[in-house]
Write a protein that binds this ligand. Structure first.
Ligand code: MN
Length: 732
């Protein structure tokens, strides 16, 4: 951008500007930065110029723009505070010096330092809010060009942006600034999640493009009929806000339905409420989502009406209804208040965002303990996050609801994978405890540990969740490898040979594998017959023994079941299956007394979080919240029923849960499994063989159990059996 372009931009919103001041600052900064280059080879001066341009979008006064042009001169060139005072006056000198101090602060540092640095930051911005506005624009440009920064600086800058500057922009009511900062930081901190969410959003947008356009059209028509002048624009949620909502509510991307929105901007407050009436008469609203921030503004001065409606193809659409003036404040926040534009540092008394800042500063003046300050202030600033510390004082910021498991994974994936317990402020606590601000968390580790799959349902951060899944996959693979090894050892021994894992290598290509582990796992899963491996190693071996079935027909009477692989058998008589008495009603609250209730195919037991799906003509079907079957109902939000278990101690009802057992294909296996289940006081309701391979049998068993604890105990007993290689709950 040229000098005259900058002046023209400011003149467009501030006709009586001090043009000379802008020109002087432009020339001074350009000369001072001289031939300095940014990492990408651009002249350094392009950076302060872009920062100034960002601030012209916020319509700030020429003094602020001048400060933007000068903001790096004291730190990075031979310019001095004294010289700037002489050329531009004391006020601008103070602001530039404030920014110079901020540049030296490392906000992602040790606990005590961090508190002190944040204190300095708030003190610097409290002096004159324009310091913050320039700092935010500076950070925004640095984030936009993060790939031009030195690699070792990038992570710190991205983290600091996510933890401090984006929430601060939000707190000051600058929503656009906050969203852009968050998304740029998100892209760097979690590139995979960013990519996934972005791709999925684009996909959904395309899928629903027609209906969205139709809603927009209908809305514009109805408003026109009623004589309301309105600007209607579509808006899609930003990847980070979608991602953080998924984390907060532990939802999958598929379960998030309200990612489309419209903004309706009208002339006055009266029209806002008339528009609301039209919207609610046209489409059904989603209960509990209506918010009137016009009558009760948010703390950062934000005003708007929010409501969510169900569109023609059942997708949810959020509407924001506001006036032009409200829109201006929603976008520019504290920068929208007229007084800043006049170059005065007196601040509008109407701004409650500023009032918050004032209160914070007062508290600062009183408290002299940096830690106490952290507790009081920072925490109010970042309401949807919790801040905890490692024993060495490193700060870990997490979404609200985070547990020590999330904390462990946030520190390092290895710490999470080996976490077995924790101390919170020195006391041993359960790892599922919800952390609160200021907690010092020490993770107790065991090298031999692997994270239990159940943790997946407890954690709130994506990092922890994906790491737990990965560990579960690895553990299963390891089990299959071990099983493959056992099977091969037995096959080789039967033929009077010895199996050696490493001896397998030269023969792998014959059975189509490159890696010993892969081959062992394939044998374990029953995909690769052990006899094939044996023949590959000993091609000339002559089997002199008579071939015999793997199972004797007379064995325990189970023969029929095995030959009928794939068919479902009713199995009464096993265990203590209830018989005779009338079925007890299923005690579930929220379903209504006269509604028929049944369970989904994979069952649900007390202790599971459950939801109900309304099935026309059938009543309500209950699923555990994590059931993949639920994705089929994503686009039908009004079929979802909020249900809860309603149990009392006298209850004598058992509940269904489907499990999948992989077991060695050996005589007596099935009997042993049935006995184990019976001894655990669980019933077998159905049993079916889903796959039999030469060495492994996989069966689906529908159990009836008292609750989740009972189910877990039964599964653990089964896992302890030598013949059982794997037991998992299906969809549970
Ligand atoms: Mn800068």
């Amino acid at each position: 951008m040229r000098q005259y372009e900058l002046v023209e931009r400011v003149a467009a919103y501030k006709p009586n500007l001090d043009e000379a001041l802008l020109n002087r600052a432009y020339v001074y900064a350009m000369q001072k930065h001289g031939s300095q280059k940014r990492v990408n080879g651009d002249p350094y001066f392009s950076h302060p110029l872009e920062v100034a341009a960002i601030l012209t979008n916020l319509h700030l006064d020429e003094a602020t723009i001048a400060v933007a042009l000068l903001h790096d001169t004291i730190e990075d060139t031979d310019a001095t505070r004294k010289e700037i005072d002489q050329v531009f006056g004391h006020k601008i000198g103070t602001l530039v010096e404030g920014l110079t101090k901020l540049k030296r602060l490392d906000l992602v540092s040790k606990k005590a330092e961090q508190a002190e640095n944040l204190r300095k930051l708030l003190l610097a911005i409290a002096d004159d809010i324009r310091v913050l506005l320039v700092k935010l624009a500076d950070r925004l440009h640095n984030m936009r060009t993060l790939h031009h920064m030195k690699p070792e600086k990038r992570s710190r800058i991205a983290q600091e942006t996510m933890d401090i500057y984006a929430p601060l922009a939000g707190r000051m009511g600058m929503q656009d600034m906050r969203e852009e900062l968050e998304n740029l930081a998100f892209k760097h901190i979690n590139p995979e999640a960013h990519e996934t969410v972005t791709a999925r959003l684009a996909e959904l947008l395309e899928k629903h493009a027609d209906t969205i356009a139709k809603i927009e059209e209908t809305l514009a028509e109805r408003l026109k009929e009623q004589g309301i002048v309105a600007v209607v624009s579509g808006r899609q949620k930003k990847p980070y806000s979608v991602f953080s909502k998924m984390q907060r509510k532990a939802l999958s991307l598929e379960q998030l339905s309200d990612i489309f929105g419209f903004r309706v901007i009208v002339d006055d407050e009266e029209d806002c409420y008339r528009t609301l009436g039209i919207v609610h008469r046209t489409w059904p609203l989603v209960p509990g989502r209506f918010k009137d921030y016009i009558s009760i503004p948010k703390q950062n001065d934000y005003r708007s009406i929010h409501t969510t409606i169900v569109g023609p193809s059942r997708q949810r659409v959020e509407l924001q209804i506001r006036t032009h003036a409200m829109h201006h404040i929603a976008e520019y926040g504290i920068a929208a208040h007229e007084l800043y534009k006049d170059g005065e540092h007196a601040l509008s008394t109407e701004s409650s965002a500023y009032a918050w800042l004032r209160r914070t500063i007062e508290m600062l003046a009183e408290g002299d303990q940096p830690e106490e300050f952290l507790e009081n202030t920072k925490l109010e600033l970042f309401q949807d996050q919790v801040f905890c510390f490692t024993p060495k004082g490193r700060l870990i910021a997490m979404p609200r609801g985070a547990t020590p498991i999330d904390f462990a994974y946030a520190v390092h994936t290895d710490v999470g994978d080996t976490c077995v317990g924790c101390k919170i402020d020195g006391r041993i606590m359960p790892v599922v405890t919800e952390l609160t601000n200021g907690d010092e968390v020490e993770i107790i580790r065991s090298k031999a540990a692997t994270p239990p799959p159940a943790w997946e349902g407890v954690v709130v951060t994506g990092k922890a969740r994906s790491a737990i899944r990965r560990a579960a996959r690895l553990a299963i693979r390891k089990q299959y490898c071990g099983l493959g090894q056992q099977i091969l050892e037995r096959t080789f021994t039967r033929a009077g040979k010895t199996f050696a894992r490493e001896g397998l290598k030269p023969y792998l290509s014959k059975v189509g594998f490159r890696d010993v582990e892969d081959a062992l796992a394939a044998v374990g899963r029953g995909e690769l017959p052990s006899s094939d491996v044996f023949r590959a190693v000993h091609p000339d071996y002559q089997d002199t023994r008579a071939s015999k079935p793997t199972m004797k027909p007379e064995e325990e009477g189970w023969f029929n079941l095995r030959t009928a692989a794939g068919l479902i058998f009713k199995m009464p008589g096993l265990g203590k299956l209830r018989g005779g008495e009338a079925p007890t009603p299923i005690p579930i609250r929220g379903a209504g007394d006269d509604t028929a209730v049944q369970f989904g195919p994979d069952g649900a037991v007390p202790g599971d979080r459950i939801v109900g799906i309304l099935e026309p003509g059938k009543g309500i079907t209950i699923y555990p919240i994590q059931s993949p079957a639920l994705t089929a109902f994503d686009d039908e939000p009004d079929r979802w029923i909020d249900v809860r278990w309603d149990l009392d101690a006298e209850l004598t009802t058992r509940f269904p849960a489907r499990i999948r057992i992989s077991a060695l294909n050996e005589p007596g296996t099935l009997a042993e499994i049935a006995e184990t289940i019976a001894l655990n006081d669980a019933n077998i309701h159905n049993l079916s063989m889903v796959a039999t391979a030469p060495d492994v049998t996989v069966m689906m068993v529908d159990l009836e159990v008292w609750d989740l604890q009972h189910l877990t105990r039964t599964l653990n007993q089964l896992r302890g059996k030598a013949c059982v290689t794997d037991v998992v709950r299906v969809n549970g």
